[in-house]
Design a binder for this molecule. Sequence first.
Ligand SMILES: C[S@@+](CC[C@H](N)C(=O)[O-])C[C@H]1O[C@@H](n2cnc3c(N)ncnc32)[C@H](O)[C@@H]1O
Ligand SMILES: [Zn+2]
Length: 310
Amino acid sequence: MRKRLTEIVCCPNCKQELILKHEKTQGEEIVEGKLECMSCHHAYEIFEGVPRIILDLKKRKEIANRYGFEWAKRVEDSFESDTLYGKSEEEELDYFFSSFGIQPSDLNGKSVLDAGCGCGRLTRMLGPYCNEVVGMDIAASINSVYDHCKCQNNIHILQADILKLPFRTNYFDFVWSSGVISYTGSSDEAFQSLSSLVKPHGKLFVRVFSNSNLTAAERLKKIFWFSHKVPKEALFYLCYLLAIPWSITKYLFDKRHKSLKTNAFHLFDTLAHPFTRHSEEEVKSWFKREGFSVIMSRDEGGVSVSGIKE
Ligand SMILES: C[S@@+](CC[C@H](N)C(=O)[O-])C[C@H]1O[C@@H](n2cnc3c(N)ncnc32)[C@H](O)[C@@H]1O
Ligand SMILES: [Zn+2]
């Protein structure tokens, strides 16, 4: 963590300033220490270079561990690795720019939040375009995102909960959250908390699971509705077993060739965690309620909507 982050974050409990204490540094990096709230006196630990600005990690332990396991498998090359959710790096960047309706140069001097940054691929790619990028996620694998990004000193990484965000109101020019709020059990509340971080005239993007256009893996999850209760190690092997007939069927019927690793990742990602679904109309109504005009919306196996704050 770099000192500059203290000007961006605040206490998730009372939204007051956090003061840095007892730090151990390595060059400009604060590798250990505490962030303490002067108002409610909550203290948040910094370890292995990452601030953990979470009120109650126990509540989110399951998702933090299961996603931590999933991203660690990707880092060790046991899951989809050349692409991510079927997209190459260029495709993911294009998707970011087209969803906001902007050009790369529009990010000059701007601050971006990648809320639920996963393995941090997009966070790292955005670094060269922006003034500042913040990547946050609840997953236990956040350390590897930090290692992946720390060579760019305008990128900040932290572990936090999207339902109790530790950022100043109206701070960011762009807030991006792809495939995250559906896992919170309170998507509407998570949306509200994200929308409060966007500056007036700033932009917000969210993607959630669709309740109409189900992917084949999501249909499978409807049958194995209890799959998120299966121990993660067993589910990992089970997904590899399922990925064999899955890959053959996809190849024969769709003529789409995806590697076994990619299909196993896709199955695990869908089966390992519980999530909620929403319609395009519902998500658009959240934007309108929070004072945003909708720029773009689509439902293509997921509902994606972006808006501009009035
Ligand atoms: C489907 S992945 C998407 C990752 C990334 N946005 C992408 O598109 O590659 C969902 C991510 O949401 C994170 N997540 C789930 N619940 C969260 C919460 N309450 N707070 C922060 N992150 C959360 C998970 O840890 C996981 O990394
Ligand atoms: Zn506080």
